[in-house]
Ligand binder design. Structure first.
Ligand code: HEM
Length: 156
């Protein structure tokens, strides 16, 4: 693993990110924008799945917020590994980063399982199933947000 992380740090892109302050700042800003899109859409979406705003059709909320969340996740999954490559050997040993990646994996798998069982618009999903997913998903994404911020305070 150490050799893989060292190779990652040696790539031209990682070197460019280490030497160009503006490039690093741009990728970091894009990571934060991605998180804003993801968490900013997942929280109201999950609240709707839990039964808040019953006057607004669940399907309409899912139609608007699920693609926004997916776009934020896609951008986070591009920019996160770029940030990681800058100091891969240091980051690789940080527990909160490992926990963050595990939370992201569980959050993604939970959403995929729900869509697989009930379709993208979740038309026939029972309330208890939606509520269970919403609670797990909120824990995962808010947990990933907190762990992401804590990376800066971990290590030496
Ligand atoms: C494969 C996916 C991801 C990887 C590899 C990754 C990796 C990283 C890395 C290396 C940093 C820089 C840490 C530092 O030195 O301070 C970071 C920052 C951060 N990440 Fe991620 N990340 C990913 C996805 C996400 C997601 C999905 C979220 C939120 C739900 C998230 C939340 C954060 C936060 C809040 C920060 C701190 C930003 C700042 O204070 O500048 N990350 N991430």
């Amino acid at each position: 693993m150490e050799a893989l992380f060292a190779a990652l740090e040696g790539t031209a892109l990682a070197q460019a990110l280490r030497t160009s302050r503006w490039l690093y700042a741009g990728v970091n800003a894009a990571h934060i924008f991605a998180i804003a899109l993801l968490v900013g859409s997942v929280v109201p979406l999950n609240l709707r799945l839990l039964g808040v705003w019953r006057g607004v059709s669940r399907e309409a909320v899912v139609r608007v917020l699920a693609p926004v969340a997916a776009s934020g996740l896609a951008l986070a999954l591009i920019t996160g590994p770029l940030l990681f490559a800058v100091r891969a050997r240091d980051y690789g040993g940080i527990g909160v980063l490992q926990l963050k990646l595990a939370l992201i994996a569980v959050g993604v798998l939970s959403a995929l399982a729900l869509c697989r069982s009930h379709g993208f618009l979740l038309r026939d999903a029972p309330r208890a199933r939606l509520a269970g997913h919403a609670i797990l998903s909120t824990v995962c994404w808010l947990g990933a947000l907190v762990c992401g911020r804590l990376i800066a305070f971990a290590g030496d």
